[in-house]
Write a protein that binds this ligand. Structure first.
Ligand code: CP
Ligand code: NVA
Length: 339
């Protein structure tokens, strides 16, 4: 498998074999890390991380992953560089490509990460855009594989805003790897039809199913995985909260829903999650909307505190796997020799 020089900007660009290769490589790198075996395989390389939006997991995964591989890392946040203000993405790409061996980008437009890949001449990794979050999917699937031992044939339900970056990317990833995908949400929050059509075609080849329902009990009945994400994503205006809570509060993942899945089912979330009042946003939303929508009164939105703290929940294993999978993506695309 040779992924050297490839960018990683959407899973649509990768074959099932390539995605499985990256998941297996992540698993090997994880074992080596646990055994204390160093893998500084890219010690002559430097990468730059461009973040227009906040991050804990993705940034730390790239930094720790890069350091474990022996690379130098530069972080550029939403302020502090010239990009977008005095310099176009295209010009920035042509500058950074002459200094760095790889570029990570987290931002708004998918078009920007595509431009970086087109003009930098080095591998570019999508650390989240409004449309896709492909590195997250590798971590999610590694976690499922660790728990169930396989991916093909897993029955997977994503419940919530199904046309955000997570909904889109999980649907693509599921289609590619033969996972049966169900999105549960009100119709207006289902993914765009053209992406659905692309995924249906892929699913046909891999032998999986993709379907959509507004019925949360039907859509979670006897599934292996229940996955959710925030109701309002980064970059969306504060004003959408009211409508989104109205649309999604009955789709909150609670114990009743988890018990409707298989007895061996797991709960997943890319994090960060609103499940208590311990965050500024969680506290202010519950204050503002708690009387009108009792489910959000305690700062619990897409998932209850009980579920995220329960034995169903694998969210921190999933978060750790961000690092092992991102490391694998960097190693494979920068061409580090690995036996
Ligand atoms: N899941 C995820 O991407 O988390 P961060 O926003 O903390 O990077
Ligand atoms: N949909 C979320 C994912 C965060 C990892 C967002 O874009 O904010």
């Amino acid at each position: 498998m040779n992924l050297k020089t490839r960018s990683f900007i959407t899973l649509l660009d990768y074959t099932p074999e390539e995605i499985n290769y990256l998941i297996n490589l992540s698993s090997k790198l994880k074992s080596e890390k646990y055994e204390g075996i160093p893998h500084k395989l890219l010690s002559d390389k430097n990468i730059v991380l461009l973040f227009q939006k906040d991050s804990t997991r993705t940034r730390c995964a790239f930094e720790v992953g890069a350091l474990d591989l022996g690379m130098g890392v530069t972080f550029l946040g939403p302020s502090g560089s010239q990009m977008n203000k005095k310099e176009s993405v295209k010009d920035t790409a042509r500058v950074l490509g002459r200094m760095y061996d790889g570029i990570e980008f987290r931002g708004y437009k998918q078009k920007d990460v595509e431009s970086l890949a087109k003009y930098s001449g080095v591998p570019v990794w999508n650390g989240l855009t409004d449309k896709y979050h492909p590195t997250q999917i590798l971590a999610d699937f590694l976690t499922i594989k660790e728990i169930f031992g396989y991916l093909k044939g897993i029955n997977f339900t994503y419940i919530g805003d199904s046309r955000n970056n997570m909904g889109n990317s999980l649907m693509i990833g599921s289609a590619k790897l033969g996972i049966n995908f169900i999105a549960v949400a009100p119709k207006e929050l289902w993914p765009e039809q053209n992406l659905v059509d692309i995924c249906l075609k892929i699913a046909k080849e891999t032998g999986s199913t993709i379907r959509f329902t507004e019925d949360k009990m039907e859509g979670t009945k006897d599934v292996d995985v229940i996955y959710t994400d925030v109701w309002v994503s980064m970059g969306e205006p504060k004003e959408v909260w009211n409508t989104r809570i109205e649309q999604l509060n009955k789709y909150q993942v609670d114990m009743e829903l988890m018990k409707n899945a298989k007895s061996t089912a797991i709960f997943m979330h890319c994090l960060p999650a609103f499940h208590d009042k311990e965050t500024d946003v969680g506290a202010s939303i519950s204050e503002e909307f708690g009387d009108k929508f009792p489910r959000v009164k305690n700062g619990e939105m897409e998932v209850t505190d009980e579920v995220i703290e329960s034995n169903y929940s694998v969210v921190f294993q999933e978060a750790e796997n961000r690092m092992h999978t991102i490391k694998a993506v960097m190693l494979a695309t920068l061409g580090g020799e690995y036996e």
